[in-house]
Design a protein around this ligand. Structure first.
Ligand code: 0TT
Ligand code: SF4
Length: 342
């Protein structure tokens, strides 16, 4: 029943072995009997097994590269945080709509960084620049970090690092329920632990390879009991047939199963479904039978930076989506904070 992620193949960059975590991971995977290969650079991981592109893509999603993060310039992460903190890239999930398919284009494998000290040092600089403002770091921009952290514990270390700061905050979002090792982390209330939820229709049709709804809620309860500030991201909000009932049911189930104490410091983030032309092309190739609707004529084009515009719902449909979901939140979780709709 949805076992925690285990790579089929592991690549280790030689430089990663200069770091304790790199050596630790090598030993760990050796003991587990997982095939390990050396690689000189992550861009050279071209020889992922598979007879065709589709197979290679699938195999890449069960390949883990243990590497060193060289670029220490952090990306921006509006609207959820000031910066993206780079701990890993890629994900073993197979969500049809996932933006990593385009943003990680040629690198669909999972890559984890072992030079945490460098990353924390950089994060400290960014925090210091902004004092007395709070600086938020998003750890889930380029991967589902919780889904791989049982192997690396780098998220756990980051939670504890941020826990010791005065002006730093950490946040991440996950569709996995393998959170047990994070429950005793000294988070000091500085980390917001979020789960991504959706209607049954969206989970069933578009989110293969992720934890079931009930497991996510159960994990959310544990996280709240461990005194983490809790949040839910409802994304992508998607107008499938019967979506009003579908999302209503989500809130009913959530209200029923979430322990009361989890609702004291609760946030919601709302993200409507969007796609780019490039995403559409890739999705149709990788998930040819998907039911995901990506008809440009039904959408509004929203111009973006560097010509990277995207298709979102037309204004009336987006407004209706926002209004209905917000009304559900007000009804079921009146004390929760809605951080944004985008
Ligand atoms: O469907 C994906 C959309 O969701 C993206 O436009 C980002 C957005 N998003 C994702 C968000 O609004 N809130 C989040 O918490 C995210 C899970 C994390 C995030 C990612 C973010 O908040 N801000 C970002 O700029 N990103 C980046 O968006 C990561 C990636 O490089 C890019 C994809 O458009
Ligand atoms: Fe993408 Fe998140 Fe699904 Fe992973 S779990 S495939 S990161 S949407």
């Amino acid at each position: 029943m949805m076992e925690p992620f285990m790579p089929q193949l592991v690549y280790i960059e030689p430089q990663a072995l200069e770091y304790p975590l790199g050596r630790e991971l090598k030993e760990k995977f050796e003991k587990m009997g997982i095939e390990i290969r050396q690689t000189t650079s992550h861009n050279q991981v071209r020889n992922i097994p598979g007879d065709n592109e589709q197979q290679q893509y699938r195999n890449a999603k069960s390949t883990l590269v243990v590497g060193v993060r060289k670029t220490l310039k952090f990306e921006q992460s509006k609207p959820s945080a000031e910066y993206a903190i780079p701990l890993a890239t890629g994900c073993m999930g197979h969500c049809h709509y996932c933006y990593l398919q385009t943003t990680m284009g040629d690198k669909p494998y999972i890559r984890t960084y072992v030079n945490l000290e460098d990353i924390f040092e950089q994060a400290t600089k960014y925090m210091e620049e902004r004092i007395p403002e709070i600086t938020r770091f998003e750890a889930a921009c380029t991967s589902d970090i919780v889904g791989i952290d049982h192997l690396t514990h780098s998220l756990k270390k980051t939670i504890e690092f941020i826990g010791q700061t005065d002006f730093g905050r950490l946040r991440f979002v996950t569709k996995y329920h393998h959170v047990d090792h994070l429950l005793d982390a000294k988070h000091n209330g500085r980390t917001r632990f979020r789960f991504s939820l959706n209607s049954n229709y969206v989970i069933k049709n578009f989110e293969p390879g992720t934890s079931p709804f009930e497991k996510r809620i159960e994990a959310a309860g544990k996280v709240a009991k461990a005194n983490y500030p809790l949040g839910f991201i409802l994304a992508p909000l998607y107008r499938h047939e019967g979506w009003e009932e579908g999302y209503l049911e989500l809130f009913e189930k959530l209200k029923q199963t979430l322990p009361e104490e989890a609702t004291h410091d609760l946030t919601f983030e709302l993200i409507q479904h969007r796609f780019t032309k490039t995403a559409k092309r890739i999705i149709e190739k990788r998930y040819p039978k998907t039911k995901l609707q990506m008809n440009e004529d039904d959408r509004k084009y929203k111009w973006g930076k560097y010509g990277r515009g995207k298709y979102v719902y037309k204004t009336d449909e987006a407004d209706e989506l926002k209004q209905i979901i917000e009304s559900y939140i007000h009804t079921y979780f009146p004390q929760a904070k809605i951080e944004y709709f985008t």
